[in-house]
Ligand binder design. Structure first.
Ligand code: 13P
Ligand code: SF4
Length: 311
């Protein structure tokens, strides 16, 4: 569907136009590691969910163009309400974030009095507003460890991350039955097949994957954690069990090392909706803008700010 591994010819005139528009608008372009290579290459900053939230909170630009999915732009709008936050394609959503609504979470909280609600950043602003603290895959273990021993926890919405982080933190958590459709479809057989072809390769697995896939990992890490591991490792070959966009960045940052996608199914279609054309249009029109109503924002901000206090 998406010719992602075919190197596309980047339109130089379009790239120049984006650069000019960016200056004219005093804009910063933030891109997630799952974005198309040409989007990663034109961004001012490429990062994981936590790093991008920090950049959005600290930028001096007037406009934040978020090349990612809707919850990421919303998090930027929660953190920087005075900036214009633009998501080049408004329909770029996250199916996992859609697996929990504020209404459903309120009902679950009513049934679980005294529970601390730990919410993955991959959720809507309304869901964050119902939460005590947010986390990303990069700091979920630290967030859980920070809670008092014996504290009951509801972890929303990723059941796979919940299980992995709880195990690492030595805590029991009750998890929401959500999952990332991209990572959750990966199977043990996919990894076995890759290891048959590349027996020396280290296996890097994102914690959004199923427990039986995580069990095969040499390293379980967020996208930024995988980059760090690959840079610092003496190994020359790696099987990468996360969305395939990260491979562009791994190859850029680790020349001379080989990276193999764990499966050709690991493509987040929502992340691939952002194209250079859409990016140029969004800078020209300063639209679609993403905003969060002040009453929701104030409550969501508490949970997001608590998240940012963890490295
Ligand atoms: P990280 O970049 O935080 O590892 O996030 C993975 C993800 O699925 C983002 O949508
Ligand atoms: Fe959502 Fe998964 Fe896509 Fe990330 S990779 S945006 S969690 S569907």
């Amino acid at each position: 569907m998406f010719p992602l591994r075919v190197r596309i010819m980047v339109d130089k005139a379009l790239v120049d136009k984006i650069k000019q528009l960016k200056q004219r608008r005093n804009a910063v372009i933030l891109a997630h590691y799952y974005q198309r290579p040409e989007i990663q290459d034109i961004a001012d900053f490429v990062g994981d969910s936590l790093e991008l939230a920090r950049k959005a909170a600290g930028t001096g630009a007037d406009v934040i163009v978020f090349c990612g999915v809707h919850f990421m732009a919303e998090t930027a709008a929660i953190l920087s309400p005075d900036k214009t936050v633009v998501l080049p394609v408004l329909t770029a959503g996250c199916p996992m974030a859609d697996m929990v609504t504020a209404e459903a979470l309120r009902a679950r909280k009513a049934a679980l009095p005294g529970f601390e609600v730990v919410t993955y950043v991959n959720t809507s602003a309304e869901v964050k507003a119902e939460s005590d603290i947010c986390c990303t895959s990069a700091n979920a273990v630290k967030v859980l460890k920070s809670l008092p021993l014996g504290q009951d926890v509801l972890f929303v919405p990723d059941r796979n991350l919940a299980r992995y982080a709880a195990q690492q933190a030595g805590r029991d958590v009750t998890s929401w039955p959500g999952y990332c459709p991209v990572h959750d479809q990966l199977r043990v057989e996919d990894i076995d097949l890759c290891l048959e072809k590349h027996p020396q390769a280290k296996v890097l697995v994102h914690p959004e994957c199923r427990p039986e896939v995580i069990a095969l990992a040499d390293a379980v890490a967020s996208t930024s954690g995988m980059l760090r591991y690959a840079r610092e490792s003496d190994a020359r070959e790696f099987i990468v069990a996360t969305e395939e966009g990260l491979i562009h960045q791994l190859r850029k940052q680790c020349p001379g090392k080989e990276f193999y996608p764990a499966s050709d199914k690991l493509i987040c279609e929502n992340m691939k909706l952002t194209t250079l054309d859409a990016l140029a249009r969004s800078l020209e029109e300063l639209a679609p803008a993403v905003t969060v109503p002040p009453t929701v924002r104030e409550r969501a901000l508490r949970a997001v700010e608590r998240m940012l206090s963890f490295v």
